[in-house]
Design a protein around this ligand. Structure first.
Ligand code: URA
Length: 432
């Protein structure tokens, strides 16, 4: 099968066969299809799209391009979540313990951060001693015992996505719904969880800028997951500003602890409740409202918080840092003040993420070293009224370096307009 013919067929808007998709993808992975042919193929998909069947074949072929993880040995209903956007996203730190407290099993594999997005593993490593490198045996044993364990991604998981994504990134072919769906679902389905909850972000800070496209992506991913025999739901959520208030490593751990104690920011708590309720509903006959009631119970009675302590303990972390988070790494606080009266209209997620990275909370390159104590807190949110001189954000900085560029970046990421602004609601829909 010639790559040329497959590219031409897609260029001319025709449907590909499973064999053709397999041939071009695996040819690219083994090096027999060069970058320039794969780039042309991706651009043809970008313009002519793929139908549901083609997207499923693409997902399946990518999923099996490397290791697949069977999770054999874990008793109960294993569930995973995926979020399509990542500034201030500490969802795993809270959702994992909440789901474990509800009796579900969370065998989570997470990544490190790069650029404007933070990684769950980096955040957890703000806790002294916490290790995300467990043997497979300990991983399974501890998921069975505690209900939630977070480890770093190991092995050769979906190499086809790594190679294809790197090419999409430089050929302006990232924002294609079938390519995004196949990329996300191939990685999720490579680990044999029984259930999956997808958090599909909509808005200026997300891949999907409008609700219609986000719904299309969510519907496609849910169909692919079901076809692969998994129970899947997607929650559509607004992302016109970062999630919660804190961005940074230790400070996001603090926000996660507060949320598990039912004292977290309202918007973040709302998201946790919605995602956890959907995860619980996947394997029960509970309605969303009934499931959400159970989620509220474990947040109120301390059971979810206890699960975080148990998880930190089995992963070697210092639980006294959770009980007294003044022991976590910290930094000098500096206020950022509004320079005019008005309303907050937009907080650009990527820019806020980059400001936090410049403070030292994230990696500019793969080898950058993270400063666990630095970060920032967004004090005001979209829709809030502000007066000149009001504190709109707090930055936690390393005073031994020049932070002026990071401060300026954060300032220009927060827009203030004279007219009243109404904040959008967070949960925009559920796709089953
Ligand atoms: N996240 C992914 O993993 N892949 C995409 O293509 C887009 C977002």
């Amino acid at each position: 099968m010639r790559a040329y013919d497959i590219i031409k067929k897609k260029r001319d808007g025709q449907k590909l066969t499973q064999e053709e998709i397999h041939s071009i993808v695996m040819g690219f992975v083994d090096g027999s299809v060069p970058d320039y042919q794969m780039s042309a193929f991706l651009m043809a998909v970008f313009f002519n799209s793929m139908d549901e069947e083609e997207t499923y074949w693409l997902t399946e072929c990518m999923r099996t391009s490397g290791d697949v993880i069977d999770l054999k040995g874990i008793e109960g209903f294993t569930v995973d979540k995926h979020s399509t956007g990542g500034v201030g996203d500490k969802t795993t730190l809270v959702l994992g313990p909440v789901l474990a407290a509800l009796g579900l099993k969370v065998a989570k594999m997470s990544g490190r951060g790069l650029g404007h997005t933070g990684g769950t593993i980096d955040k957890l490593e703000a806790i002294k001693g916490f290790s995300c490198e467990l043997s497979t045996e300990d991983f399974i044993k501890n998921v069975n015992k505690v209900g939630v364990v977070v480890v770093g991604q190991t092995g050769n998981l979906v190499p086809a996505d790594k190679k294809i994504y790197a090419l999409r990134d430089v050929t302006a072919t990232v924002d294609s719904i079938p390519l995004i769906a196949a990329s996300i679902m191939s990685k999720k389905l490579a680990v044999a969880n029984k259930g999956l909850v997808l958090d599909v972000k909509v808005g200026s800070g997300a891949f999907m800028k409008n609700l219609e496209d986000a719904k299309k992506l969510a519907e496609l991913m849910v169909k692919i997951g079901k076809q692969a025999g998994r129970k899947v739901t997607a929650v559509l959520t607004n992302m016109d500003e970062p999630l919660g208030e804190m961005i940074g490593n230790a400070c996001e751990v603090i926000e996660a602890i507060e949320t598990l104690k039912n004292k977290g920011p309202e918007s973040f708590t709302t998201l946790i409740k919605a995602l956890a309720a959907e995860a619980l509903a996947l394997n029960t006959n509970l309605s969303h409202e009934e499931a959400e009631k159970k989620v509220c119970e474990v947040l109120q009675n301390g059971k979810a918080y206890e699960k975080l302590l148990e998880m930190v303990k089995v992963q070697g972390g210092d639980t006294s840092m959770i009980e007294d988070y003044s022991k976590l790494p910290s930094a000098q606080s500096v206020d950022l003040k509004a320079d005019k009266d008005g309303y907050i209209s937009n907080i650009q997620c990527e820019e806020v993420g980059l400001a936090a990275m410049m403070l030292g909370a994230g990696r500019e390159t793969k080898d950058s070293v993270i400063d666990m104590g630095v970060g920032l807190k967004l004090v005001k949110h979209v829709g809030d009224k502000v007066s000149a001189g009001d504190v709109i954000a707090e930055l936690y900085v390393n005073t031994s370096k020049d932070n002026s560029k990071a401060i300026a970046r954060l300032k220009s990421a927060i827009e203030i307009v004279p007219e009243k602004v109404t904040a959008q609601k967070l949960i925009l829909g559920i796709v089953k």
